[in-house]
Design a binder for this molecule. Structure first.
Ligand SMILES: C[S@@+](CC[C@H](N)C(=O)[O-])C[C@H]1O[C@@H](n2cnc3c(N)ncnc32)[C@H](O)[C@@H]1O
Length: 261
């Protein structure tokens, strides 16, 4: 079901989506040009690509304890690092988009739900060493692997939290001074996505930006994304197919966009 569902929505998105010239909001036009259409080269991209290639060769076996919706590719409880990167890691263009987004927004404090091996956390943390990144993971083995990577990459601005997001998220949010940016990439179910959104929304401010990964992963994720976009506090929502971006800017009219990446 899932693959056909995703292909159908990928094709529909292709028909509906536009590029920078389809955007009438000056705020969003600027955002698009500084993130999607920004073609300046960053040295961190070379370093992180080389790290990704190293992980793609890594045959270390990890014992997986998945507290979320699991993988659509495997049900096995032991996985090699190289397969985790291939199957559940972010594609490079998504990670690079997130890096440019952080570079454009310059958040003070960000949160990632679902660390996995920590590759995306490293993209978020590499923009600026003063940018504090909290990342939460429920599987001890992957979290430990990620923690080692953060140490090796000397990213002391990453705080890695081990635990079930359902249990630890309220405490993490309390601990964070401000919530400028959230990347939701953990439990891809309808209920969890809405629950985490509502908890995080309580801490959001006018300039906060939320990114939801895999909004067409399943019918449940698509329904959660639609409900989130309809939320009265969400002013701008952008569907990039692979992920969705939300803004809370109160002075903007409520609008929804389909954009190409
Ligand atoms: C798609 S992966 C995250 C990928 C990572 N953000 C990246 O870009 O490389 C999802 C991760 O969320 C974790 N996860 C799922 N449900 C969780 C929960 N309820 N609490 C904590 N972690 C959870 C899984 O163990 C898995 O490692």
């Amino acid at each position: 079901m899932s693959l056909l569902f995703q292909i159908k929505h990928f094709l529909l998105h292709k028909l509906k989506s536009g590029d920078a010239y389809s955007i009438h909001s000056p705020f969003l036009f600027e955002f698009y040009n500084q993130t999607v259409a920004y073609n300046k080269h960053f040295y961190s991209f070379v370093e992180l690509k080389s790290l990704r290639n190293k992980l793609l060769q890594d045959q270390t076996v990890l014992h997986i304890h998945d507290l979320g919706a699991g993988s659509q590719k495997t049900r096995s409880s032991t996985r090699q690092v190289k397969d985790i990167v291939k199957n559940s890691g972010k594609q490079e263009f998504v990670a690079q988009f997130l890096f440019r987004l952080i570079n454009h927004l310059r958040p003070r404090t960000s949160l990632e739900l679902g660390t996995s091996l920590g590759l995306t956390s490293l993209y978020l943390a590499s923009v600026d060493s003063k940018h504090k990144v909290y990342t939460v993971e429920g599987c001890a083995a992957t979290r430990n692997y990620a923690q080692q990577l953060f140490r090796k990459q000397k990213k002391s601005n990453v705080t890695s939290v081990l635990g079930d997001i359902d249990v630890v998220l309220p405490k993490v949010l309390e601990e964070m001074e401000v919530l400028d940016f959230v990347f939701f990439d953990a439990n891809h179910t309808y209920e969890a996505t809405l629950k985490y959104f509502r908890w995080c929304k309580e801490r959001a401010h006018d300039g906060s930006v939320f990114v939801f990964d895999d909004i067409y992963w399943s019918r449940g994720m698509k329904a959660a994304w639609a409900e989130i976009c309809a939320d009265q506090d969400v002013m701008i929502s952008v569907d990039f197919f692979y992920f969705g971006v939300l803004f809370f800017r109160k002075n903007q009219p409520k609008q929804h966009f389909y954009l190409k990446i």
